[in-house]
Design a protein. Sequence first.
Length: 382
Amino acid sequence: MQCNLLIRGGTVIDAAAGQNQIMDVAITGDRIVAVGESLEYHADQVIDASGLIVSPGLIDLHVHVYQHHIPISLNADELSIAGGVTTQLDAGSAGSYNFDGFRRDYIDRANTEVLGLVNLACTGLVAANLGELLDPRHSDPAGVVATIERHADVAVGVKIRAGAHIIGSGQQGWDHFLAAVAAARDSNTWLMIHIGECPMTLPEMMPHLQPGDCITHCFKGGSTTLLDENQHVFKEIKKAADDGIIFDVGHGFGSFHWDVVTACLDQDLLPNTISTDLHLKNVHGPVYDMPTTMSKFLMLGLSLTQVFEMSTLAPAKALGREAEIGTLKVGSRADIALFEMKTGEFTFTDSYQQVRSGSQRLQAVGTIQSGTLAPGWTQYKL
Ligand SMILES: [Zn+2]
Protein backbone atom coordinates (compact mmCIF):
# COMPACT_ATOMS: atom_id res chain seq x y z
CA MET A 1 0.00 0.00 0.00
CA GLN A 2 1.06 3.56 -0.66
CA CYS A 3 0.97 6.61 1.59
CA ASN A 4 2.51 10.07 1.55
CA LEU A 5 4.29 9.99 4.90
CA LEU A 6 5.22 7.10 7.16
CA ILE A 7 6.41 7.64 10.73
CA ARG A 8 8.33 4.50 11.53
CA GLY A 9 9.06 2.93 14.91
CA GLY A 10 8.21 5.65 17.42
CA THR A 11 6.53 5.16 20.78
CA VAL A 12 2.95 6.11 19.99
CA ILE A 13 1.10 7.68 22.92
CA ASP A 14 -2.57 8.14 22.08
CA ALA A 15 -4.88 8.40 25.07
CA ALA A 16 -8.00 8.12 22.90
CA ALA A 17 -6.90 4.68 21.70
CA GLY A 18 -5.27 3.63 24.97
CA GLN A 19 -1.94 3.22 23.18
CA ASN A 20 1.57 3.59 24.56
CA GLN A 21 3.70 1.29 22.43
CA ILE A 22 6.08 1.22 19.47
CA MET A 23 4.12 1.53 16.24
CA ASP A 24 4.06 3.12 12.80
CA VAL A 25 1.72 5.86 11.62
CA ALA A 26 0.79 6.25 7.94
CA ILE A 27 -0.53 9.51 6.49
CA THR A 28 -2.07 10.37 3.16
CA GLY A 29 -3.12 13.92 2.42
CA ASP A 30 -4.28 15.45 5.67
CA ARG A 31 -5.54 12.18 7.18
CA ILE A 32 -4.12 9.37 9.26
CA VAL A 33 -4.73 6.22 7.23
CA ALA A 34 -3.17 3.52 9.42
CA VAL A 35 -1.62 2.97 12.85
CA GLY A 36 0.00 -0.33 13.76
CA GLU A 37 3.09 -2.41 14.24
CA SER A 38 5.42 -2.79 11.23
CA LEU A 39 2.99 -1.37 8.69
CA GLU A 40 3.62 -2.57 5.14
CA TYR A 41 3.38 0.76 3.36
CA HIS A 42 5.47 2.39 0.66
CA ALA A 43 5.77 6.06 1.42
CA ASP A 44 6.90 9.17 -0.42
CA GLN A 45 8.71 10.18 2.78
CA VAL A 46 9.70 8.08 5.78
CA ILE A 47 10.52 9.48 9.20
CA ASP A 48 12.64 7.25 11.40
CA ALA A 49 11.10 7.95 14.81
CA SER A 50 12.96 5.26 16.74
CA GLY A 51 13.71 6.51 20.22
CA LEU A 52 11.11 9.27 19.92
CA ILE A 53 7.58 9.76 21.23
CA VAL A 54 4.88 10.16 18.59
CA SER A 55 1.70 11.81 19.85
CA PRO A 56 -1.29 13.69 18.52
CA GLY A 57 -0.31 17.30 17.93
CA LEU A 58 -0.57 19.15 21.21
CA ILE A 59 -3.55 21.41 21.88
CA ASP A 60 -2.70 24.49 23.92
CA LEU A 61 -5.93 25.76 25.44
CA HIS A 62 -4.53 29.15 26.48
CA VAL A 63 -2.27 31.33 24.33
CA HIS A 64 -2.15 34.92 23.04
CA VAL A 65 -1.39 35.14 19.33
CA TYR A 66 -3.04 38.34 18.01
CA GLN A 67 0.42 39.60 17.13
CA HIS A 68 1.10 43.30 16.37
CA HIS A 69 -2.34 44.25 17.68
CA ILE A 70 -2.24 42.97 21.25
CA PRO A 71 1.11 44.10 22.69
CA ILE A 72 1.89 40.85 24.53
CA SER A 73 0.99 38.48 21.68
CA LEU A 74 3.28 35.95 20.02
CA ASN A 75 3.37 34.32 16.57
CA ALA A 76 1.19 31.21 16.40
CA ASP A 77 3.25 29.41 13.76
CA GLU A 78 6.47 29.87 15.72
CA LEU A 79 4.82 28.51 18.87
CA SER A 80 3.55 25.55 16.89
CA ILE A 81 6.94 24.43 15.65
CA ALA A 82 8.72 25.16 18.93
CA GLY A 83 6.26 23.21 21.01
CA GLY A 84 4.73 20.45 18.89
CA VAL A 85 1.43 22.32 19.10
CA THR A 86 -1.03 21.99 16.23
CA THR A 87 -4.11 23.68 17.71
CA GLN A 88 -3.99 26.84 19.82
CA LEU A 89 -6.85 28.52 21.59
CA ASP A 90 -6.34 32.24 21.87
CA ALA A 91 -7.86 33.13 25.23
CA GLY A 92 -9.68 36.38 24.66
CA SER A 93 -7.05 38.57 23.02
CA ALA A 94 -9.87 39.95 20.87
CA GLY A 95 -13.32 41.17 21.80
CA SER A 96 -16.37 42.08 19.74
CA TYR A 97 -14.71 45.18 18.24
CA ASN A 98 -11.59 43.47 16.91
CA PHE A 99 -12.32 39.75 16.44
CA ASP A 100 -13.08 40.34 12.73
CA GLY A 101 -9.54 41.66 12.29
CA PHE A 102 -8.05 38.84 14.37
CA ARG A 103 -9.70 36.36 12.07
CA ARG A 104 -8.75 38.05 8.83
CA ASP A 105 -5.16 38.84 9.74
CA TYR A 106 -4.15 35.84 11.84
CA ILE A 107 -6.60 32.96 12.19
CA ASP A 108 -7.11 32.66 8.44
CA ARG A 109 -3.42 33.16 7.59
CA ALA A 110 -1.71 30.91 10.12
CA ASN A 111 -0.44 27.51 9.02
CA THR A 112 -1.31 26.14 12.44
CA GLU A 113 -4.89 25.92 13.68
CA VAL A 114 -5.92 28.94 15.76
CA LEU A 115 -9.26 29.17 17.52
CA GLY A 116 -10.42 32.00 19.74
CA LEU A 117 -12.43 32.92 22.80
CA VAL A 118 -14.20 36.28 22.57
CA ASN A 119 -13.44 38.63 25.43
CA LEU A 120 -16.36 40.22 27.28
CA ALA A 121 -14.42 43.48 26.93
CA CYS A 122 -15.16 44.92 23.48
CA THR A 123 -11.51 45.84 22.90
CA GLY A 124 -10.09 42.50 24.04
CA LEU A 125 -6.61 42.86 25.51
CA VAL A 126 -5.41 45.86 23.47
CA ALA A 127 -4.96 47.84 26.69
CA ALA A 128 -5.01 44.98 29.17
CA ASN A 129 -2.57 46.83 31.42
CA LEU A 130 -5.27 49.45 32.04
CA GLY A 131 -7.87 46.89 33.11
CA GLU A 132 -10.15 46.13 30.17
CA LEU A 133 -13.40 46.18 32.16
CA LEU A 134 -12.74 48.85 34.77
CA ASP A 135 -14.87 51.14 32.62
CA PRO A 136 -18.19 49.24 32.66
CA ARG A 137 -19.06 50.59 29.19
CA HIS A 138 -16.49 48.16 27.74
CA SER A 139 -18.61 45.13 28.64
CA ASP A 140 -20.35 43.91 25.47
CA PRO A 141 -22.19 40.63 26.06
CA ALA A 142 -24.51 41.13 23.07
CA GLY A 143 -21.47 41.79 20.88
CA VAL A 144 -19.84 38.60 22.15
CA VAL A 145 -22.88 36.56 21.12
CA ALA A 146 -23.04 38.22 17.69
CA THR A 147 -19.30 37.67 17.14
CA ILE A 148 -19.57 33.99 18.01
CA GLU A 149 -22.52 33.62 15.61
CA ARG A 150 -20.58 35.38 12.84
CA HIS A 151 -17.44 33.26 13.34
CA ALA A 152 -18.99 30.05 14.63
CA ASP A 153 -16.26 27.86 13.09
CA VAL A 154 -13.42 29.52 15.00
CA ALA A 155 -14.94 31.54 17.87
CA VAL A 156 -15.65 28.78 20.33
CA GLY A 157 -16.44 30.49 23.62
CA VAL A 158 -16.25 33.46 25.97
CA LYS A 159 -13.40 34.82 28.10
CA ILE A 160 -13.29 37.05 31.13
CA ARG A 161 -10.30 38.01 33.23
CA ALA A 162 -11.93 38.19 36.63
CA GLY A 163 -9.34 40.00 38.73
CA ALA A 164 -10.63 42.95 40.74
CA HIS A 165 -8.08 45.26 39.10
CA ILE A 166 -9.61 44.26 35.73
CA ILE A 167 -13.37 43.94 36.32
CA GLY A 168 -13.68 46.18 39.35
CA SER A 169 -14.78 45.30 42.85
CA GLY A 170 -18.14 44.85 44.56
CA GLN A 171 -21.29 44.92 42.42
CA GLN A 172 -19.43 45.99 39.28
CA GLY A 173 -17.28 42.87 39.50
CA TRP A 174 -20.32 40.67 39.92
CA ASP A 175 -22.15 42.39 37.05
CA HIS A 176 -19.27 41.67 34.67
CA PHE A 177 -18.89 38.07 35.85
CA LEU A 178 -22.61 37.36 35.42
CA ALA A 179 -22.64 39.11 32.01
CA ALA A 180 -19.86 36.78 30.86
CA VAL A 181 -21.79 33.76 32.14
CA ALA A 182 -24.91 34.97 30.30
CA ALA A 183 -22.96 35.52 27.06
CA ALA A 184 -21.74 31.91 27.20
CA ARG A 185 -25.27 30.63 27.76
CA ASP A 186 -26.79 32.87 25.07
CA SER A 187 -24.18 31.78 22.53
CA ASN A 188 -24.49 28.10 23.46
CA THR A 189 -20.77 27.95 24.13
CA TRP A 190 -18.68 27.94 27.29
CA LEU A 191 -16.90 30.38 29.53
CA MET A 192 -13.22 30.49 30.43
CA ILE A 193 -12.59 32.44 33.62
CA HIS A 194 -9.13 33.76 34.35
CA ILE A 195 -8.97 33.76 38.13
CA GLY A 196 -6.88 36.57 39.54
CA GLU A 197 -7.34 38.35 42.82
CA CYS A 198 -11.09 38.12 42.32
CA PRO A 199 -13.75 40.37 43.87
CA MET A 200 -15.72 37.25 44.82
CA THR A 201 -14.55 33.93 46.26
CA LEU A 202 -14.17 30.86 44.09
CA PRO A 203 -16.85 28.96 46.07
CA GLU A 204 -19.20 31.87 45.33
CA MET A 205 -18.46 31.58 41.61
CA MET A 206 -18.98 27.85 41.22
CA PRO A 207 -22.81 27.66 41.36
CA HIS A 208 -22.98 29.92 38.30
CA LEU A 209 -20.91 27.55 36.15
CA GLN A 210 -21.96 24.62 34.00
CA PRO A 211 -20.09 21.50 32.85
CA GLY A 212 -17.69 22.57 30.11
CA ASP A 213 -16.97 25.98 31.63
CA CYS A 214 -13.33 26.40 32.52
CA ILE A 215 -11.22 27.89 35.30
CA THR A 216 -7.81 28.84 33.92
CA HIS A 217 -4.74 29.66 36.06
CA CYS A 218 -6.09 26.99 38.40
CA PHE A 219 -2.83 26.61 40.34
CA LYS A 220 -2.14 30.31 40.91
CA GLY A 221 -0.90 31.57 44.27
CA GLY A 222 -1.95 34.80 45.94
CA SER A 223 -5.19 35.51 47.78
CA THR A 224 -7.58 33.71 45.41
CA THR A 225 -6.64 30.04 45.13
CA LEU A 226 -8.36 26.65 45.03
CA LEU A 227 -7.30 26.19 48.66
CA ASP A 228 -8.93 27.38 51.87
CA GLU A 229 -6.98 28.87 54.79
CA ASN A 230 -6.06 25.34 55.94
CA GLN A 231 -4.64 24.49 52.50
CA HIS A 232 -7.54 22.15 51.78
CA VAL A 233 -9.16 22.21 48.35
CA PHE A 234 -12.52 23.95 48.78
CA LYS A 235 -15.33 21.39 48.81
CA GLU A 236 -17.14 23.52 46.25
CA ILE A 237 -14.13 23.16 43.94
CA LYS A 238 -14.08 19.38 44.34
CA LYS A 239 -17.79 19.26 43.55
CA ALA A 240 -17.28 21.50 40.50
CA ALA A 241 -14.52 19.18 39.24
CA ASP A 242 -16.79 16.18 39.76
CA ASP A 243 -19.57 18.00 37.92
CA GLY A 244 -17.43 18.60 34.82
CA ILE A 245 -16.04 22.09 35.27
CA ILE A 246 -12.65 22.11 33.54
CA PHE A 247 -9.59 23.09 35.56
CA ASP A 248 -6.94 24.37 33.18
CA VAL A 249 -3.32 25.07 34.10
CA GLY A 250 -2.75 28.32 32.14
CA HIS A 251 0.74 28.53 33.65
CA GLY A 252 1.48 32.11 32.70
CA PHE A 253 3.66 34.81 34.11
CA GLY A 254 2.04 34.88 37.55
CA SER A 255 -0.29 31.91 37.79
CA PHE A 256 1.55 28.71 38.71
CA HIS A 257 2.69 28.10 42.28
CA TRP A 258 4.49 24.89 43.28
CA ASP A 259 2.87 24.89 46.74
CA VAL A 260 -0.65 25.20 45.33
CA VAL A 261 -0.20 22.61 42.59
CA THR A 262 1.40 20.07 44.95
CA ALA A 263 -1.35 20.61 47.56
CA CYS A 264 -4.01 20.08 44.89
CA LEU A 265 -2.35 16.96 43.43
CA ASP A 266 -1.94 15.53 46.94
CA GLN A 267 -5.69 15.97 47.41
CA ASP A 268 -6.50 14.37 44.03
CA LEU A 269 -7.50 17.62 42.37
CA LEU A 270 -5.73 17.11 39.04
CA PRO A 271 -5.83 19.54 36.13
CA ASN A 272 -8.07 18.52 33.26
CA THR A 273 -5.94 20.34 30.73
CA ILE A 274 -2.33 21.51 30.60
CA SER A 275 -1.90 24.87 28.89
CA THR A 276 0.70 27.62 28.86
CA ASP A 277 -0.87 31.12 28.64
CA LEU A 278 2.14 31.86 26.45
CA HIS A 279 2.70 35.53 25.73
CA LEU A 280 5.60 37.89 25.32
CA LYS A 281 6.31 38.18 29.04
CA ASN A 282 6.71 34.47 29.78
CA VAL A 283 7.98 32.80 26.60
CA HIS A 284 11.59 33.37 27.72
CA GLY A 285 10.71 31.90 31.11
CA PRO A 286 9.27 30.57 33.24
CA VAL A 287 6.87 29.00 30.71
CA TYR A 288 8.87 28.57 27.46
CA ASP A 289 6.50 26.10 25.76
CA MET A 290 4.03 23.25 26.18
CA PRO A 291 6.66 20.46 26.49
CA THR A 292 8.33 22.31 29.38
CA THR A 293 4.98 22.78 31.11
CA MET A 294 4.21 19.07 30.61
CA SER A 295 7.65 18.18 31.99
CA LYS A 296 6.82 20.03 35.21
CA PHE A 297 3.91 17.67 35.75
CA LEU A 298 6.13 14.65 35.06
CA MET A 299 8.43 16.00 37.76
CA LEU A 300 5.42 16.31 40.08
CA GLY A 301 4.67 12.61 39.63
CA LEU A 302 2.06 12.37 36.90
CA SER A 303 2.59 9.64 34.31
CA LEU A 304 3.58 10.23 30.71
CA THR A 305 0.18 8.92 29.64
CA GLN A 306 -1.64 11.35 31.95
CA VAL A 307 0.42 14.32 30.85
CA PHE A 308 -0.14 13.61 27.16
CA GLU A 309 -3.86 13.02 27.70
CA MET A 310 -4.10 16.42 29.43
CA SER A 311 -2.40 18.02 26.43
CA THR A 312 -4.18 16.23 23.59
CA LEU A 313 -7.43 14.33 24.20
CA ALA A 314 -8.68 16.41 27.15
CA PRO A 315 -8.37 19.81 25.43
CA ALA A 316 -9.84 18.28 22.25
CA LYS A 317 -12.87 17.28 24.33
CA ALA A 318 -13.03 20.74 25.92
CA LEU A 319 -13.28 22.11 22.38
CA GLY A 320 -15.81 19.43 21.35
CA ARG A 321 -13.46 18.36 18.55
CA GLU A 322 -12.19 14.98 19.75
CA ALA A 323 -13.39 13.24 16.57
CA GLU A 324 -10.97 15.35 14.52
CA ILE A 325 -7.98 16.27 16.72
CA GLY A 326 -6.24 15.13 19.90
CA THR A 327 -6.00 11.54 18.66
CA LEU A 328 -4.11 9.44 16.11
CA LYS A 329 -7.10 7.27 15.26
CA VAL A 330 -7.50 6.35 11.59
CA GLY A 331 -9.53 9.03 9.81
CA SER A 332 -8.59 11.85 12.13
CA ARG A 333 -6.64 14.86 10.92
CA ALA A 334 -2.92 14.22 10.60
CA ASP A 335 -1.84 16.65 13.32
CA ILE A 336 1.10 14.88 14.95
CA ALA A 337 4.07 15.79 17.12
CA LEU A 338 7.40 14.08 17.74
CA PHE A 339 9.25 14.44 21.01
CA GLU A 340 12.58 13.51 22.44
CA MET A 341 12.66 12.69 26.16
CA LYS A 342 15.86 14.16 27.50
CA THR A 343 17.24 12.79 30.75
CA GLY A 344 19.59 14.52 33.16
CA GLU A 345 19.11 17.24 35.76
CA PHE A 346 16.81 20.06 34.74
CA THR A 347 15.59 23.07 36.68
CA PHE A 348 11.98 24.15 36.48
CA THR A 349 10.69 27.49 37.73
CA ASP A 350 7.15 28.38 38.79
CA SER A 351 5.60 31.83 38.36
CA TYR A 352 6.94 32.96 41.73
CA GLN A 353 10.68 32.44 41.04
CA GLN A 354 10.79 29.19 42.99
CA VAL A 355 13.00 26.53 41.42
CA ARG A 356 12.70 22.75 41.53
CA SER A 357 14.68 20.13 39.67
CA GLY A 358 13.62 17.11 37.69
CA SER A 359 15.25 14.33 35.72
CA GLN A 360 13.21 14.38 32.51
CA ARG A 361 12.45 17.03 29.96
CA LEU A 362 10.33 16.70 26.86
CA GLN A 363 11.50 18.49 23.76
CA ALA A 364 9.54 18.82 20.54
CA VAL A 365 11.59 17.74 17.53
CA GLY A 366 8.98 17.54 14.78
CA THR A 367 5.51 18.90 14.05
CA ILE A 368 3.11 17.70 11.37
CA GLN A 369 0.15 19.96 10.65
CA SER A 370 -2.63 18.50 8.50
CA GLY A 371 -0.18 15.99 7.01
CA THR A 372 2.57 18.54 6.27
CA LEU A 373 5.88 18.24 8.11
CA ALA A 374 6.97 21.63 9.44
CA PRO A 375 10.54 22.82 8.76
CA GLY A 376 13.13 21.62 11.25
CA TRP A 377 13.06 17.86 10.97
CA THR A 378 16.00 17.63 8.58
CA GLN A 379 17.98 19.89 10.85
CA TYR A 380 17.27 17.63 13.81
CA LYS A 381 18.52 14.58 11.97
CA LEU A 382 21.81 16.32 11.21
ZN1 LIG B 1 -4.04 34.67 29.16
